[in-house]
Ligand binder design. Structure first.
Ligand code: ATP
Length: 449
């Protein structure tokens, strides 16, 4: 389970090893916007690729889409975001920091606002009246900055899927039930951001909308709920005891059933350390009906075989790429005492790890650097991300890769030069196996799946 300082430790490890940096750091940073460094971009890309594989490549009934961030402003009227996408906000009269009422109450443990203590200055009960605040970022399209030209940065990717529902269904010749999957950026002017990359103002979503015949929606919801829970444990490698499904009691305006997949991050995240990483919703026919009404275009599915026409119901699975990436890091972080020192390890699943392999010459002489370089270059050519390191004692090189989350390290030593064998060290057990240089690729490939 996580300790309460875990986020702080992850922030510092992420900077040290190149996972995540604060955005515009040299200018003092931008509020709750983060940049992924060399290892972070690889990890997040592996997370997204695994999702795309499970959703699109391994299925015949889900199609991919990449819709634009900027959409017609009427989309957000139809979706309800202009009217409903607001958070009640209060300001501390003492230090003028603003907070979302719900997160303030859950994070301070107060029953009502009057007794809540300001997390910033410590004053109790000094709050302004709650005021609603729309979370969408506004900008202008074209040269004139007037209200006729206002457009929004999308706060979710889902609407791009709904408005393309018939384009995809007809061009891909899909029949209900089928789904559309999309990965893309979303923007929310969050009032109480924070907790590293858990709540940011710019983030990436991986959303899949599954279109079903009304009446079959409840069974489909259950199927997707189970499938998604399994994905988090089996594909992301998240510990089952740090995952739970939390059904919503209060439903959003568009949903008939909803729940969150939550991960235990610890610290001040969410409900006593449990934070949402994915939402699963039965959105009924709300979205397609609204787009039909606001656009004046029919969004009916025609089932020629059964001579039926209807507006499908939608089961949505919506997961944050950044939150899952953070969950993978939090799940992987371990500290252990080894020979009187603390060893920090990121036990990321090998299939997700940014670097798969470190390659080291034991010493910088006797032809070992040349042999190790040849192995490293061969791995790279075969698409196995590898890192060559000859600097410092071998123990320190292992530790650097432990912190970076690299699952295997190959060392070229005297026996390599005489007998053609290398050692491969396992990050988690620290055990070393000796095998012939020719077997390296097969050995690794089997373990990187
Ligand atoms: P929360 O209650 O935490 O604000 P939400 O219920 O508004 O989240 P959804 O609208 O269901 O979130 O979005 C689906 C997913 O998108 C979430 O499960 C989360 O992984 C991700 N997400 C939403 N908002 C953010 C954010 N500000 N920063 C990072 N990821 C986010």
């Amino acid at each position: 389970m996580a300790d309460n300082d875990l986020m702080e430790k992850l922030v510092s490890l992420s900077k040290r090893r190149g996972y995540v940096f604060q955005s515009s750091e040299i200018y003092g940073g931008t509020g709750s916007v983060w940049d992924y460094g060399p290892l972070g971009v690889e990890l997040k890309r592996n997370v997204k690729d695994a999702w795309w594989r499970a959703m699109v490549h391994e299925r015949d009934d889900i199609e991919g889409l990449d819709a634009a961030i900027l959409m017609h402003p009427k989309v957000w009227e139809a979706s309800g975001h202009i009217a409903e996408f607001t958070d009640p906000l209060v300001e501390c009269r003492n230090c003028h920091r603003r907070f979302r009422v719900d997160t303030l109450l859950s994070e301070t443990g107060a029953k009502e606002l009057e007794t809540a203590q300001c997390p910033s200055c410590g004053k109790r009960g000094e709050w302004t009246e709650p005021r609603n605040f729309n979370l969408m970022f506004k900008t202008f399209m074209g040269p004139a900055e007037d209200s006729a030209n206002v457009v929004y940065l999308r706060p979710e990717t889902a609407q791009g899927i709904y408005v393309n529902f018939l384009n995809v269904q007809q061009s891909a010749r899909q029949r209900v039930p089928f789904g559309i999957a999309q990965i893309g950026k979303a923007f929310r002017n969050e009032i109480t951001p924070g907790n590293f990359t858990f709540r940011t103002r710019e983030f990436e979503q991986m959303e899949m909308q599954f279109f079903v015949k009304p009446g079959t929606d409840e069974a489909a919801f259950e199927e997707w709920r189970e499938r998604r829970m399994k994905w988090h444990t089996e594909v992301m490698g998240l510990s089952p005891d740090r995952l739970r499904y939390h059904p919503h009691e209060k439903l959003a305006h568009y949903a008939s059933a909803a729940g969150d997949v939550e991960f235990f991050f610890g610290g001040t995240i969410g409900d006593e350390g449990w934070g949402e990483i994915e939402g699963i919703h039965n959105r009924t026919d709300f979205d397609l009906k609204r787009h039909q009404e606001f656009s004046g275009k029919k969004l009916l599915y025609v089932d020629a075989q059964n001579n039926e026409r209807y507006i499908p119901y939608i089961i949505e699975t919506s997961v944050g790429a950044d939150r899952v990436t953070l969950a993978v890091l939090a799940n992987a972080y371990r500290e252990e005492a080894v020979e009187g020192e603390t060893r920090v390890v990121l036990s990321i699943k090998p299939s997700l790890a940014p670097l798969k392999c470190g390659v080291f010459p034991l010493v910088k002489k006797d032809g070992m650097p040349e042999r190790a370089t040849a192995i490293h270059e061969d791995l790279r050519r075969r698409g196995i991300p590898s890192f060559y390191d000859e600097a410092g004692a071998i123990g320190r090189r292992y530790r650097r890769q432990d912190e970076a989350g690299t699952p295997f390290c190959i060392t070229v030593d005297g026996e390599t030069m005489e007998q053609g064998t290398v050692t491969i060290r396992d990050r988690d057990s620290m055990e070393q196996t000796r095998l012939s240089q020719d077997e390296i690729v097969n050995w690794l490939t089997e373990r990187l799946r």
